[in-house]
Design a protein. Sequence first.
Lengths: 324, 456
Amino acid sequence: MPHTEVETMSQSTAVRPVRRRPALAAGRPARGRRNRMQATGWPWILPAVVLVVGLVYYGIGYTGYISTLDWDGVSPTPEHVGAANYAHLLKDPVFWLAVRHTVVFFVVTFAVQTVIGFVFAALMHSTVRLRALYKVVVFMPVVLAPATMAPVFRQFFGVDGQLNWMLRHVGLDSLAQPWLAQSSTALPVIMAITVWQWTGITFILYYAAMSQIEPEILEAARIDGAGNVRSLWSIVWPMCRGTTAAMAMLGVIGALKTFDVPYLVTIGGPNYATEFLGTLIYRVSIPQTHVGYGAALSVTLLVLALAGAIATALRSRKGGRSDV
Amino acid sequence: MSRSSMTRRRRVAAVALSALVATALAACSSGGGSAASNDSATSGDITWWGWTPDIGVAQGYIAAFNKEYPDIKVTFKQLTIDGYNAALRPAIASSDGPDVYNVSAGSANGGVDVYGSGAIDLAPAVEKSLGADWKDKLAPSGITGLSVKDKLVGLSAGSVYSGTVWINKDIFDKLGLEPPTTFDEWKTDCAAIEASGTTCFVQGAGQPAFDMDTFEAIAENVEPGLYVDASQGKAKYTDAKLVKAFTLWKQLFDDKIMQEGALGVQQYPDANNLFMSQKAAMVMMGTWYTQYTRPDAMTSAISAAGVADPKPFTMAPIAFPDMAGTGNVGAMYGDADYGLAVSARSDAKNAATTFALWLGTSKAGQQAVADSLNDIPALKGVQPAWDSIDLVNPEAQKSLLEDMITNAEKSTAPRFATISADMNTAIGSALTSIAEGTATPEEAAATLQTTAESLR
């Protein structure tokens, strides 16, 4: 990195005024006040603590308990089976299929969303006419409920849907096909819908992250002769690392929790081609009434989500240190 | 008021709020206790949950019921088919859940094997109402299918049967076509219909339950009773005749009887909407489709399919064509559409039982069921009052509907009653694999047999 840029960053940090608490400025003993705050603060957060512990952690613990049962969710006499549900899970080909779909789904949607969101955010930071309109257009899918959009996508990707209609009208008849009816195309359709729906969030986060970059840094890069692409790659992209890491973490968790789009558009089919852990848990627990096995899958999903989040956090921290 | 006193009060309020939250959570998890059963049988407020009948039909039943029992207020809550089981499970564990809820046989929605544990035994009440020979007076499928170990969990309102193909007779007449009776005729008709720009046959093959209907029709055509025997472990899915049925199922796709992309289509709403909007000439549906031969119900269904200016058309049931060339045609198979179960946690069990008995065993209730054309009544001898039922095209429809109902009443073959939820999934998976070409009929049959044996 050119020397001037480092200097510019240091200077900009150095001149930033440090905000201090008024109490400290007035010379009051900080420790005593913090203790008092802790003592008086507990009752105020107690309802929230009770609610969180009562609903979330109790729920997790109870799910863990259910995962040791052979139970239909209604019968008063569930049978304890120990870790049998977990053993069954490891031998269940549909579970591994769902895991594979989740991995492919995460890699593809994260990569595509990141590229589109980043490029679009950069474009919106330049002088483009109708910027406000473009922002609305890109962000609009984020606020639309998947349940509302599912029938639209079922129609759009249907055999006589708009996608095939367009392909046929531009002479690409050979590409027209039953997108939702084939195992080979159903998962890419689900990923395309997800990219369409969530790229707006990626764009907004990158847009916000880019707004935090000091203009002087980019100016210095330009003085050093960096063009647009070089500046984006060498200055903007590294400075958005935190955003990328956060989105990777959210992406892992989101991929593991994927349910609404595949359930509403393809019901996990055809032939399990769009089965994810979320749809599998629902199908096993509700229509097939294996609540114990569904709970074991849920616990596994939780563990995978935590592991994925920790792995991405560690990876980003390691990446951040190696940059310094 | 001093500052410290105010702070103390606020703390007390916060702790009280925490206690309230904790109590509420505890109440949620405990689900309440069992309710008393000394309520009146002729008055009270009850709620009824079900995925069927449609809200208008249910309100008609309730209005007829209130002519006899004006002091029992019934509130019907219709849930979606897909969301019913998920909603019902916590509801019947709570005293705040429904007093009456729909159950059905086997692996269908609200299956009695699972949801029956939350219901009372209705057999004593039915015996009191119909006498000791009550079993002879009701359709057997409603009793066997809705009982669990001698406990009558639900009282069947009526049955539904599948095995029929519904056609848009107006399209057939316009093109000068006769309804198909053989596979060759089916292909010829489809070629003509497709040439006119209309989809010939539509099936929501993405919803396996309806695939099973079509497959059972084919299997019954190949060898009557074999599919049911296999579902009960009396025959193997690898039997050559069932493999032949799987092969014929595949032929529906290969010979373009099934519309292109059928595996990506759901029976409801997609296939239903295509038929109702007259974009498809044929659809595999059962006796429940009879309700749409009434102009008002059909107009609503067409409108719900997205047609701006709905105009009723002549739809009629035909027997599934003789694909195998065996001559075994006209098979119908069915179960109780739904039974009314009375929740063991209801605080109005007697009023709820009165309603269930009225709908399932009284002549007035069963006549209302028959006249709705949604179900074939559970009480023997009750027929739709055709003279007072308005049909879209009585001359073309009435005799066909009467024949279908007579044929269905003779049937003893089950639809889902002998198939567990796991086997339901396995059969659906086998049919999808064959249709998609990822498994041959022989491979799918072998996998199915292995699954069936592992589940026994």
